[in-house]
Design a protein around this ligand. Structure first.
Ligand code: 15L
Length: 270
């Protein structure tokens, strides 16, 4: 039975996965900076600060596969992103290499490619266009995953996650919504698919308004079950006020508009 480590287990997505993963991976170890408040008696937990290599080494000891959600999950100050997402991600992969971990699923984000226009459909060959320091850290994690896959024989799957939730919550999320069960299917591809070297795929459900071509995920066996269009009438009726033009134009939404000092007319055509 494989032992699987879930980092970032106390976060929002981590909390959702904690409900579904034990049925598939009974030997699941949870990790985060601090213990989740609702930790059940049967759940195994190890506290680890990702920016501390010794603590990360302890957490990965004896595991076969890692689901790496840990780190700062939105835009933040450089010091925060540097420690939690850049140094933290390096520590995770390096500790995994030393411990002989076979698989890592890296929770990347749509914000690694957020500055692509909504009017364009991109696949995983599109250039990274991070929309934040956070997005840069996700592009870094993808690159690091590729290095450890090709150089150190760890099978790595980077999932550019859209937005995980019960339902899509606004018009942008109709394009990028990811049902938790579908995230579990993607994780299983990363941990279980034979001969996986390094892959990048988009973490979205069956979304009619998608601006991502996720054919690589389908080739790897992904069959999404969530249908975002089922919520379209409700979402559009809510008439959520529009954000600024930059946020509305690009895929990354308000992550693009925040702190923006660029030339909107020029980058629209780039
Ligand atoms: C992300 O990467 C964030 O972790 C999440 O909180 C959402 O903001 C999501 O992107 C999104 O783009 O909606």
């Amino acid at each position: 039975m494989p032992r699987i480590l879930l980092t970032g287990a106390a976060g929002g997505v981590g909390a959702r996965l904690r409900k579904l993963l034990p049925a598939i991976y009974p030997d699941l170890v949870l990790s985060d900076l601090v213990k989740p408040d609702d930790l059940a008696p049967g759940e195994k937990f190890i506290a680890a600060d990702l920016s501390d290599f010794a603590q990360v080494q302890k957490a990965v000891e004896g595991v076969d596969g890692i689901i790496h959600l840990g780190g700062f999950s939105v835009e933040g100050p450089w010091e925060t992103i540097l420690n939690a997402n850049i140094i933290g991600c390096y520590n995770l992969f390096e500790a995994a290499r030393l411990a002989g971990v076979k698989r890592v699923v890296f929770a990347s984000s749509n914000h690694a490619v957020g500055f692509h226009p909504r009017g364009e459909t991109i696949d995983t060959h599109a250039l990274v266009r991070p929309d934040t320091r956070y997005g840069v850290s996700k592009a870094f994690g993808e690159a690091l995953g590729s290095l450890y896959a090709f150089k150190h024989n760890i099978g790595v799957l980077s999932i550019r996650i859209g937005n995980v939730g019960e339902k899509p919550i606004d018009e942008r999320r109709l394009a990028i919504w990811l049902k938790t069960e579908d995230l579990v299917s993607l994780i299983r591809i990363g941990l279980e698919r034979e001969n996986l070297v390094y892959e990048v795929i988009y973490g979205m459900s069956d979304n009619k308004r998608a601006w991502w071509d996720n054919s690589r995920a389908k080739e790897l066996g992904y069959q999404p079950t969530g249908v975002s269009e089922d919520s379209a009438v409700e979402v559009l009726a809510a008439k959520i006020p529009k954000a600024d033009p930059v946020s509305e134009f690009f895929q990354g939404g308000t992550f693009c508009g925040a702190e923006f000092t660029g030339d909107f007319e020029a980058i629209k055509k780039a």
